[in-house]
Design a protein. Sequence first.
Length: 203
Amino acid sequence: MILSLLLVGGAVYFINLQRQVQRLAGLPPEAQAPALMEEPAFEASAPRKNVTLFFASGEVDGRLEVEEREIYASDEVTLEAKQILVALIKGSLIGNLPALPPETRLREVYWAEGGLLVVDITGDASVRHPGGITGEVSSIYSVVNSLTYNLPAVSEVQILIDGAEAETLAGHIDLRRPLPQDLSMTALKNEDGEMESTGLQEY
């Protein structure tokens, strides 16, 4: 009976979460104007903070390397998230591989309840992706880890493509559910002091 209740509760939670993502995404993709974003504007005197970005290593296959950046600090999670994502799209400064294809553009970032951040990027992230399961995992967790590691309020990230839920980024990894932080591909440790993999679900 307890197991049945847990299964039902989990199913209800997942359905509600998916409805929340769909509500945040708003209109169907064909009805949305791709309001492409650059970094939010701040006063030059605004306070700044250091953040850690994750990029695929150009030397070790399947490894994520860290790079430090400086962004403007804000009380709004989405404003810091947009700066992090724009920096990721611009790419590595020290020779690591791109997190996403350089043609990718940020459409919008939505902040939901329960620590969920929804990231909406253009289809270039998918159609121009070089492919391969390792490269796809690296791209996904460059985004997920860069956001969850630097924004304590964010516990999960869901990636939308052109305003809609995407089955995959490049044919392998299921993107239809929010993804938590996974530092198993890095030399860093999670909040529990462990480098524990969450286990990505293949499509």
